[in-house]
Design a protein around this ligand. Structure first.
Ligand code: HEC
Length: 388
């Protein structure tokens, strides 16, 4: 939408300027209002807002998350999970985001725009999944495991090793370059996004465990076998069987999503779990444990559920930790009934959860958001964001 022009001189001036100069003027205003506090008035990355890791300087080009107009508009729309770069989909119109993307490109050196190559898969409005062989996620990680890459319209991608179904990393930016290797038995995938989160240092332990439902029982790791994958609009997911000594112990449908709130941006994994054993509990342990959190607490979800409050065990379990780029908040939540079996978060500070035997499928989601700071206002804002 165009800004209304009030004064006649401004109108005359606007009419005389070529359209691009007009747009640049508006874009510059927008930049001053929304971006300069972090990226600096001239885009040199030296804003007035204190950040743990400085925002990018646009003067030297070399964007980590892609530098086409499209890629930058996407960065503006969705933000960058794992960093304090916010999402502007609510604050700015699409035209404004486009104008800002052009403006940001214009700040950098000329002729450095990188376009997608022939073998690059580009995610549009709908999620995509690529399967094939992955290069080691970090040095020393296993060579060429079979993998699946789930790419979301936000630019987030989730990199799974599929032989034993483990999430290796979450990336942000471009999706994947796919080199055809079919003659030798499969596609070779080259993930292109920058890693915003690495699980277990690139060599994660088994994410699911099984135990007897008694205090102090020892939990044993479960194997997993990939069964299915799905793409539904902006969301993608995988389905896998949990196995122990060749026997099925349960089934998990795991979907991944982008999360954008006023307090920050991040991701959400939603687990729909069928516990296949009447006498065992399943434990999800697939996130790196947090040592020395800033804060850990629970909030009750029951008020949001109107009515039947007696038997409900519906909580959000929060763990807040300081990270290099800001403050990372992890929220595990479930709406399930404890009385009829269901999900239970671990003790305070634990970011895993338990799934008790239940007739039905049990749904638990884990949301992780990076905020710039942590204070009462941010906390209340994030509670509100999560209730949307
Ligand atoms: C709260 C601080 C903050 C604000 C406000 C902010 N940014 Fe950022 N932005 C960051 C940080 C920090 C990064 C770097 C993330 C990283 O790479 O670790 C970033 C990264 C980016 C990138 C990605 C650069 C790359 O490497 O690909 C673009 C593009 C960008 N910002 C544009 C904008 C624009 C345009 C605005 C205003 C509409 C804006 N930002 C507002 C903090 C901010």
């Amino acid at each position: 939408m165009r800004r209304p022009q009030h004064a006649l001189p401004a109108l005359l001036l606007a009419l005389c300027l070529p359209a691009t100069a007009q747009e640049a003027e508006t874009a510059k205003d927008l930049f001053m209002t929304h971006c300069a506090m972090c990226h600096g008035e001239n885009g040199n990355g030296k804003g007035t807002t204190e950040l743990d890791r400085p925002a990018r300087s646009f003067l030297d080009g070399g964007f980590s998350y892609g530098n086409t107009e499209e890629a930058i508009r996407r960065t503006l729309t969705f933000g960058i999970p794992g960093t304090p770069m916010p999402a502007f989909d609510a604050a700015l119109s699409e035209d404004q985001r486009t104008a800002l993307a052009r403006y940001v490109i214009s700040l950098g050196p000329k002729g450095t725009v990188v376009r997608a190559g022939e073998t690059e898969m580009v995610v549009g409005d709908r999620a995509l999944i690529a399967r094939g062989f992955l290069p080691p996620v970090v040095q020393d990680a296993p060579q060429q495991p079979r993998g699946a890459l789930l790419g979301l319209p936000s630019g987030l991608s989730f990199e799974y090793r599929t032989d034993d179904v483990r999430l290796l990393a979450i990336r942000s930016g471009r999706f994947v370059d796919r080199r055809d290797w079919r003659g030798r038995g499969g596609d070779s995938l080259q993930p292109m996004g920058r890693i915003v989160e690495l699980v277990g240092g690139g060599q994660p332990e088994a994410p699911w465990l099984i135990a007897e439902p008694t205090a102090g029982a020892q939990a044993r790791p479960l194997g997993a076998a990939m069964r299915t994958s799905l793409m539904r609009g902006p969301m993608a997911g995988i389905g896998y069987e949990l196995v122990q000594d060749g026997a099925s112990r349960g089934f998990v449908m795991e979907t991944v999503n982008h999360f954008a709130g006023e307090a920050g941006v991040g991701w959400r994994r939603t687990f729909t779990v069928k516990n296949g054993t009447p006498d065992r509990v399943l434990r999800f342990n697939g996130l790196d444990p947090i040592a020395g959190p800033l804060e850990a607490f629970e909030t009750d979800l029951r008020p949001a559920l109107d009515g039947h409050t007696d038997q409900l065990y519906a909580v959000q379990s929060w763990v807040v930790q300081k990270v290099e780029t800001g403050v990372q908040v992890t929220v595990v939540r479930s709406f399930d009934f404890l009385m009829q079996g269901g999900a239970v978060p671990g003790p305070l500070g634990d970011i895993g959860f338990w799934v008790w035997p239940a007739e039905r499928d049990v749904v638990v989601d884990v949301t992780r958001v990076t905020c710039r700071t942590w204070d009462e206002t941010t906390k209340l804002q994030l509670m509100e964001d999560l209730s949307q």
